[in-house]
Design a protein around this ligand. Structure first.
Ligand SMILES: Nc1ncnc2c1ncn2[C@@H]1O[C@H](COP(=O)(O)OP(=O)(O)O)[C@@H](O)[C@H]1O
Ligand SMILES: [Mg+2]
Length: 820
């Protein structure tokens, strides 16, 4: 019998219920099993003993082991065993308590359980196996001593339509998810899984799965208390997904380590086979020759003293290790790295400033200030011949030419170019390498790029420094700092290489979308050069000179008489792109070229292909963006706001219309909650100041107002549109159009104050790009504007306001009467 108990114990602990209870009573008795109880579901008595459980929730229908070792609880069990139905209620202790839990400490929803089996153990504990019967509410505690007792009420489940498609799908989903999780984690007994797969009762299924998930006490209790079966399944499903995700991440990390091991092992196998083949071919003597060759290469590489010593030491070691040993391959690879690095190789710099300028102009249109700065840099270089200056960092939205400028600098200097993309680098080892003791170790990206460059004075573009992350594998930013520090980088140490490499002749250039997320220490090392984005005219030039010829070439229509006139390019920019840079523009031009290539190939187009603006719709589909400004504004109710977007800021049209109704406010255009509140505030303010604007109070009550913020897949949230909202509404209600070519941003309060907002620089530049002539900004944002280089503000009138009153004087056209 006691063997049988073990078996059950095993199975039930798979049901993962940690033992409850925590104290001990002396009760020496041999392991003695009580009789099993009969099956049938009992009718519930009105009152039952209540056993509070610490740290666990027991569910109906499931078998759970229970350890009882406080005298109080054992007394309770003794009494339960005297009952013919052997029922009790278990309920979880809701918070940690030092004392014996009393009525106030336990949840009011618990589970009725039947004692199926009980063993008294020599250590005086009771070990029970209990079977869940049903959920109950604990209505009222009828006694506290010698243990808790309560009046109970069975809880009816809300089952609804369990055959419904939703429930079916949910059930299948949970069964599948759970099965996968169990299989993947080995964490739970397979029997549980079989059980789950066979369960066709969604309620039981939810309980079973909940009992086996990593839910905390409150989470489990929530599942217990959820009487709606569908809702309960959903709770369980959510937790399941969470655990599946967690598990997937764990696996990914494990697999990463394993593939690295796998690769090294594969190399090793291949080398062994290679050796065997060599033996077969009578080339067994090659080992010596191989070492000799390596030695020669190492000597030729001109290693500095320390590295040379290390290389010779390792070379000796290589001779000692039998070629078949895995270590042999590891040492050889290491020596090859040492031999391949450009320890001495320098390329000759072209320090001709005029030539540099010519090359920069050849590669990029415009960007005069940027090019000036680069040329200056080169001039200093030609005088000083060292790299101790700050690192140039190009900052701007995507597609403004940051990466390609880096390449161009290398070309201007006649240096090799390597781009080191830092986007998503989280591991310090990616910069600095893994130690050789680590299986499958490699040098970091700096050393790898040096080998690729083949010179020790290349231009390294640290692309997207703002995307470097940090996680448990160390801080890549601090490794970068060391790379960039002229005091330290002459002795840059890569973990794999072990010996220092001199990086002082490398010219580092960096790029970022924004400086905010660049770690401060790195930021301090950099001189920021802004590439804020292009105007329409500049884009047309760039397209005509660079993008169109390149796409024509790429799409194989170089021999077609193809023309994309400026007006078509302009239409393409206005209708199909919305960006500070030219990345999408290049893509769209590519699409036009591709379509043309196809038409030529199909014989549809012959002779001259001249794409007119009106042809774009046929080639690319209807325009994605509406024509800006001029056509949109001018009528009452439309104001131009400014938004910050990761692509570099954008203008935003706020349109209000009015229809007769009951004074309701309707908002459309994927507006976030904060934006909604802004709209409400704008309306309230106007309502209180209706008189000042000669708006009839009735206009508010008898009409519904509809505010729409059209276009742009930009999720619109944030309080930034407050001023634009109030302008739009005031314009609508007074019939005074918003002032032309004026854009605005700022948060408003109900009292009519204007509060500062973020992203001022991006917004102001976006405004200028869109042809705005005046921006109205919160007074408190003055500082932000002062930090923008003056040339970026050329032709833009910046006004500051502190109140809605002041703002409206600038954002609305003067009233008719005043202008008449
Ligand atoms: N001023 C410019 N003149 C010529 N081409 C440009 C200019 N600015 C950007 N481009 C081109 O636009 C494309 C995108 O530039 P890229 O350097 O990748 O941008 P970023 O690195 O800033 O995202 C490249 O093909 C680049 O040559
Ligand atoms: Mg780039």
């Amino acid at each position: 019998m006691s063997e049988r108990y073990e078996e059950l114990q095993d199975e039930s602990s798979a049901l993962s219920t940690p033992p409850a209870g925590d104290e001990v009573e002396v009760h020496v008795d041999e392991g003695h099993e009580q009789d099993r109880l009969g099956d049938g579901v009992p009718t519930l008595p009105a009152e039952l003993p209540v056993l509070p459980l610490r740290n666990t929730v027991l569910f109906p229908h499931l078998l759970s082991p229970l350890l009882v070792n406080t005298p109080r609880s054992q007394q309770l069990i003794d009494e339960v065993l005297l009952r013919p139905d052997r029922l009790l209620v278990c309920t979880a202790v809701r918070h940690e308590v030092e004392h014996t839990p009393v009525a106030e400490d336990v949840y009011r929803v618990g589970t009725v359980l039947r004692v199926v089996k009980m063993l008294k153990f020599p250590d005086d504990s009771y070990r029970l196996l209990v079977q869940g019967v049903t959920r109950v509410a604990l209505e009222e505690f009828t006694s506290e001593e010698p243990f808790l007792r309560a009046r109970i009420r069975p809880l009816e489940e809300k089952t609804g339509d369990l055959e419904g498609v939703e429930v079916q799908a949910l059930t299948r989903n949970v069964v599948q998810g759970f099965t996968q999780l169990v299989e993947a984690t080995d964490r739970q007994n397979r029997e549980v899984q079989v059980l789950a797969a066979n369960l066709d009762d969604p309620s039981r299924l939810a309980d079973l799965v909940a009992a086996n998930l990593d839910l905390d006490l409150a989470g489990k209790q929530a599942v217990l208390e959820e009487l709606d079966v569908v809702a309960r399944l959903k709770l369980v499903q959510a937790q399941l997904s969470k655990e599946q995700q967690e598990h997937a991440i764990e696996t990914e990390i494990k697999e990463k380590v394993q593939t690295e091991m796998g690769r090294t092992q594969r190399d090793y196998m291949l080398r062994q086979q290679l050796d065997a083949i060599r033996q077969e071919l009578g080339e067994g003597e090659d080992d010596e020759q191989e070492v000799a060759e390596l030695r020669e290469r190492l000597e030729a590489a001109g290693l500095p003293e320390e590295a040379h010593k290390q290389a010779m030491r390792e070379l000796e070691r290589l001779e000692q290790i039998p070629p078949a040993a895995a270590e042999h391959g590891v040492v050889r690879t290491y020596l090859e790295w040492l031999a391949d690095l450009p320890w001495q190789t320098l390329s000759e710099d072209r320090l001709d400033v005029n030539e540099a300028r010519r090359i920069l102009d050849e590669d990029h249109y415009g960007l005069e200030k940027v090019k000036d700065r680069i040329v200056e840099y080169i001039a200093v270089l030609s005088l000083k011949r060292d790299m101790k200056g700050p690192i140039l960092c190009f900052v701007g939205p995507p597609g403004t030419g940051k990466t390609s400028l880096g390449r161009s600098i290398a070309r201007a200097l006649g240096r090799k170019f390597e781009r080191i993309s830092l986007g998503g680098v989280r591991d310090e080892a990616e910069i600095r390498g893994h130690r050789r003791t680590y299986v499958g170790a490699l040098p970091g990206r700096i050393i790898q790029s040096l080998r690729k460059a083949g010179t020790r004075n290349p231009v390294f573009l640290l692309d997207e420094v703002d995307k470097v992350g940090t996680d448990f594998r160390g801080d890549p930013a601090s490794a970068l700092l060391e790379v960039l520090d002229p005091e330290q980088n002459a002795d840059f140490s890569d973990h794999y290489l072990e010996v220092p490499f001199d990086l002082s002749r490398v010219l580092f250039v960096a790029t970022a979308n924004q400086m905010d997320s660049v770690p401060a220490a790195l930021r301090d090392r950099m001189e920021v050069i802004e590439l804020p984005g292009y105007t329409l005219e500049e884009k047309v030039e760039i397209a005509r000179r660079f993008l169109v010829p390149r796409q024509v070439e790429r799409n194989g229509i170089a021999n077609v008489d193809f023309e994309l006139p400026d007006e078509t390019i302009a239409a393409l920019i206005e209708g199909y792109t919305r960006e500070a840079g030219v990345r999408n523009l290049e893509r769209e031009i590519g699409a036009v070229c591709r379509k043309t290539a196809r038409r030529v190939a199909e014989g549809e187009a012959v002779g001259k292909v001249h794409v007119r603006p009106e042809d774009l719709e046929e080639l690319l589909g209807p325009a994605r963006f509406e024509p800006e400004l001029a056509e949109r504004t001018g009528q009452p109710g439309v104001a131009v706001g400014l938004a910050w977007t990761p692509a570099g800021g954008d203008i935003l049209f706020i349109e209000s219309t009015r229809m007769s109704g009951k004074g309701q406010l309707k908002l459309t255009g994927q507006l976030g909650d904060v934006m909604r509140e802004s709209a409400e505030a704008a309306r309230s303010w106007l309502r209180t100041h209706a008189e000042d604007f000669s708006i009839e109070a009735e206009d508010f009550d008898r009409s519904d107002i509809h505010i729409h913020v059209p276009s742009g897949a930009v999720p619109k949230d944030g309080p930034l549109a407050g001023v634009a909202m109030v302008t739009s509404l005031a314009s609508l209600l007074t019939g005074r159009p918003a002032a032309g070519r004026v854009a605005m941003t700022g948060e408003i309060t109900l009292r009519g104050k204007i509060l500062p907002v973020g992203g001022i620089k991006e917004k102001v530049l976006a405004a200028r790009r869109a042809g705005i002539e005046r921006v109205v900004l919160p007074a408190a944002n003055r500082q932000d504007v002062e930090e923008i280089p003056a040339h970026l503000l050329e032709g833009l009138d910046v006004k500051y306001v502190g109140t809605i009153d002041e703002a409206l004087q600038l954002t609305l056209e003067a009233p008719k009467s005043a202008s008449a």
